[in-house]
Design a protein around this ligand. Structure first.
Ligand code: HEM
Length: 550
């Protein structure tokens, strides 16, 4: 206890020296504020994202320190803080050892889990692969998109709704593995799940005779990958005491065995192919080498290194970065289109005006479709795929005060600073009184100039600064392409709550909550990225091809 008191005194003195003030502590009822952890864990199943932290705002304000077990853990939703952390004082904030330790068994030392000089190496090695020319080729999305749409039609023809989240996660998994490894896991070819209560064995299956080769392996891979992410999310919820819950057993070990087995095989094949084409010891690519046409990410990376660990970590990191984020965002867009038929009708008329009922969309089509971009952005505002993020201060520093005239906040060295894009994107003082409404026009009309243009850090679904998402344009292209294809094929969407398993839809108490929590018809959850608990069951009205006048 004496050590804690001395540390607190030192911090107070250091803050004064820097002309700053301490971040207010949100005191719990139990010693060491342990009740914050207990409450957070309780809400994992029944809570709405960020719900617990909102309770702190009336007591201590929007920037506070949970100080669990006498360790400073600062939470902020201030755009000026996000700007400082991600851009203007980038060098003072790193992902840090605490985060790396939690995530290492999933992400190794890949781009997501590196700092300093290593991150420069990762980003310069990978960036050429995301050049505009490369990501404007839509053949991969077209192939897998067509397969996904056919699956929806087949299942609906059997008379059942479809779990869109499951379907689109297969689409993004097949597209991402094709793009990254040149060997897609074929998850779309496996049987789709049936609604709760339907005996799958008694149905007319949409899968001919048996699942295709590799599909069981793909299913195991996807399941294991999700399980490992769940473990990591629990570690984040528990804070620095997480090792207590894994004494004697690393809970990611089993699922990661499955994930690694799968990647290792693809890696060995790619290495063997490259070796045959070019002896590895003669490979001497410059870091700014352009990726070649038709080259997969793995083939591109093999030009830089044949170190299996680097190759494996890097591809796995990018798979994690690119697969669940786009699947989640597309799931939420479909949810909103079902909730707001007027938005669906307007978006569909943009698709028909600009691209027509059947043509394959091009990069230029997508660039011109302002409403489509607004629908995607509004979805990313309300449900950013990465809702919470953490950085660690490398030295004592400050964050500006939200109230002019007050001293800045003091941030001690080695302190975790969590920023919630999810909560920030819904602040009425930043976005206007209608911030809880889903209204894509806010990205087009006067509200854009009023709120976002003068204060761009209020909207950062892809982060910002030197570590901004490398796949941002790729993601917009993939999501836009798939949405255009869906709206060419289906004219309306309805949610099908009866297909959900019990306990997966919002509990009754949510109706009494504030904001969107009261009206939501799905349960948003997050491991590292967001998802809808129990999937998103929908029915889509198919366009009658005979009615199409081309
Ligand atoms: C809607 C889709 C997406 C969203 C919302 C999103 C969001 C983000 C966010 C918030 C980060 C920062 C994470 C952090 O620093 O802790 C990030 C990083 C990253 N993203 Fe994305 N992402 C999306 C799609 C993609 C895609 C499709 C790819 C690649 C195929 C990708 C590749 C990456 C990479 C490599 C990083 C790491 C950058 C670094 O740490 O320097 N992302 N993304």
């Amino acid at each position: 206890m004496i050590v804690v008191c001395v540390q607190s005194w030192n911090k107070r003195r250091d803050a004064e020296r820097m002309g700053a003030r301490l971040v207010p502590v949100w005191n719990g009822r139990w010693p060491g504020n342990v009740d914050h952890i207990v409450n957070l864990i309780k809400l994992v199943n029944s809570g709405y994202p960020g719900e617990y932290f909102l309770r702190a705002w009336p007591e201590v304000g929007k920037v506070f320190n949970t100080r669990v077990l006498w360790e400073d853990i600062i939470l902020t939703v201030e755009p000026d803080h996000v700007k400082v952390i991600l851009a203007t004082d980038f060098n003072s904030f790193v992902k840090g050892d605490k985060q790396k330790y939690k995530m290492e068994s999933l992400l190794g030392t890949g781009v997501f889990n590196s700092d300093g000089r290593r991150i420069l190496f990762h980003r310069s090695m990978t960036r050429p692969f995301f050049s505009r020319d490369r990501i404007a080729h839509f053949d991969i999305f077209d192939r897998h998109g067509e397969e996904a749409i056919e699956k929806i039609k087949q299942r609906q023809a059997e008379g059942y709704p479809v779990d869109f989240q499951d379907l689109i996660s297969r689409f993004t998994l097949d597209s991402a593995t094709d793009f990254l490894f040149g060997s897609n896991v074929n998850s779309l070819s496996d049987v789709l799940p049936y609604p709760y209560g339907v005996d799958a064995a008694a149905t007319v299956t949409d899968s001919p005779v048996a699942s295709p080769p590799g599909s069981a392996e793909a299913k195991r891979f996807a399941g294991a990958f999700a399980e490992a992410q769940d473990v990591i999310a629990r570690r984040f919820n528990m804070g620095e005491i997480w090792p207590l819950s894994e004494i004697g057993k690393d809970k990611t070990k089993e699922p990661m065995k499955v994930v690694s087995g799968y990647i290792d095989r693809i890696l060995e094949e790619a290495l063997a192919k490259t070796k045959a084409a070019l002896p590895l010891d003669t490979v001497d690519a410059k870091v700014d080498d352009e990726a070649e046409d038709g080259e997969t990410l793995l083939e591109h990376l093999i030009k830089f290194t044949s170190d299996r660990k680097i190759l494996k970590d890097e591809t796995l990191n990018i798979l994690l970065a690119g697969r669940d984020t786009t699947a989640a965002t597309l799931t939420f867009v479909i949810y909103f289109l079902a909730m707001y038929p007027n938005v669906m009708a307007r978006l569909r008329s943009e698709v028909l005006d600009k691209v027509g009922p059947t043509r394959k969309p091009t990069y230029d089509d997508i660039r011109e479709m302002k409403y489509l971009r607004a629908v995607i952005n509004e979805t990313l505002r309300l449900y950013p795929a990465v809702p919470f993020n953490v950085r660690q201060s490398v030295r004592a520093t400050t964050l500006p005060s939200p109230n002019p005239g007050q001293k800045p906040f003091y941030v001690p060295a080695n302190t975790s600073v969590t920023y919630s894009v999810f909560l920030m994107h819904r602040r009425k003082d930043l976005w206007g009184p209608d911030a809880d409404d889903f209204d894509p026009d806010r990205f087009i009309d006067d509200r854009l100039r009023k709120y976002l243009t003068p204060n761009p850090f209020i909207f950062v679904p892809f982060n910002a600064g030197p570590r901004i998402c490398l796949g941002q344009q790729f993601a917009y292209n993939e999501m836009s392409f798939m949405l255009i294809r869906l709206l060419q094929n289906f004219s309306s969407i309805e949610l099908e709550p009866s297909a959900h398993a019990p306990g997966t839809l919002p509990p009754k108490e949510w109706a009494k909550a504030e904001g969107r929590q009261a009206i939501e018809r799905f349960c948003p959850k997050s491991h590292l990225t967001m998802y809808s608990r129990g999937g998103l069951w929908v029915r889509m009205t198919e366009v009658n091809k005979e009615d199409i006048i081309v």
